[in-house]
Design a protein around this ligand. Structure first.
Ligand code: G3H
Ligand code: ZN
Length: 282
């Protein structure tokens, strides 16, 4: 069933667990993710990034509507989130049309801005978003690697994070604690002590980005130390693309995309099922 991100994160916080949020690129990602959540018997979040919207010419892509429909017919609670929004016009579109889109949350990605500018931009969107009942995530301390670079070494300062949350009124905070986007091996080293200090000082749930690069035991430890939303993208694409490649390598004459998208979708399902089970039930 279609639910709201705020509800899923609040449930996770109440039980000392976390909710996993998966990036959707194609329709088969969304289907595979929900199949994986159903197999694990857990709720989760389908998230579409601004990059994915831009890939489709900047208009809200049909895959967002597909996410809403796929979530609505899922056997477990699933919400739809708009991830890494830097374009204020896009943020306004979502805020103005959230209910029709089925989107219940949005991440403001203004961590690249100078601190005061990040506070003002994030605060403005949080205020508008709250009027539309959206759950608003923001980021402090840039989590590097969105363009492929690794190990930026940036860390979120707990005192600054607490004051950022108080000034902006956001509902969740993405923190820089050692993970990095788009890693294809799980070799990141999380600063668990920093996560614990952030949990002590920051009054809203913490979000981990770049989770594909984090080993499973470290993901479990991150949850034990207070991470409540875990964002995963690249790990799905590794499985998806490996299956497409395997199929095309073995069959040089295939023309119907469904032939290789079916195993790609199954790979996404398996990655989601395993990750959810290992991190939340392990
Ligand atoms: O917001 C999305 C995530 O941070 C995904 O990062 O592709 O490195 O798993 P990842
Ligand atoms: Zn991210």
């Amino acid at each position: 069933s279609l639910t709201e991100t705020g509800t899923l994160v609040a449930d996770a916080a109440r039980s000392g667990g976390a909710v996993l949020a998966f990036n959707v690129i194609t329709l088969e990602h969304a289907e595979g993710i929900v199949l994986g959540l159903e197999a694990a018997g857990l709720s989760g979040i389908l998230q579409v990034s601004e990059n994915a919207v831009r890939f489709h010419g900047g208009r809200m892509p049909p895959v967002v509507a597909a996410c809403r429909e796929i979530a609505a017919s899922a056997g477990v609670p699933v919400s739809v989130h708009l991830d890494h929004v830097q374009d204020l016009g896009l943020a306004r579109t979502v805020v103005g049309d959230a209910e029709r889109l089925g989107i219940s949350s949005l991440m403001v990605d203004a961590a690249h801005l100078e601190y005061e500018e990040n506070v003002v931009t994030t605060g403005d969107i949080a205020e508008a978003g709250h009027r539309a009942s959206l759950w608003i995530e923001a980021e402090l301390g840039e989590i590097g690697g969105k363009d492929g670079a690794h190990a930026p070494g940036v860390r979120t300062d707990p005192g600054e994070a607490a004051s950022f949350v108080a000034r902006t009124g956001v509902d969740g905070l993405a923190v820089a604690v050692g993970s990095s986007h788009a890693m294809t091996t799980a070799t990141a080293e999380l600063d668990l002590g920093l996560i614990a200090r952030l949990t002590d000082l920051v009054p809203v749930p913490l979000v981990l980005h770049g989770s594909s690069g984090v080993p499973l035991p470290a993901l479990r430890a991150a949850v034990a130390n207070g991470i409540r939303k875990i964002n995963v993208g690249t790990a799905l694409n590794l499985g998806y693309t490996a299956q497409v490649r395997r199929f095309l390598d073995a069959d040089g004459s295939v023309t119907d995309p469904r032939k290789y998208l079916a195993p790609a979708r199954e790979a996404v399902r398996d990655v989601v099922d395993e990750l959810c089970t290992e991190v939340l039930c392990g």
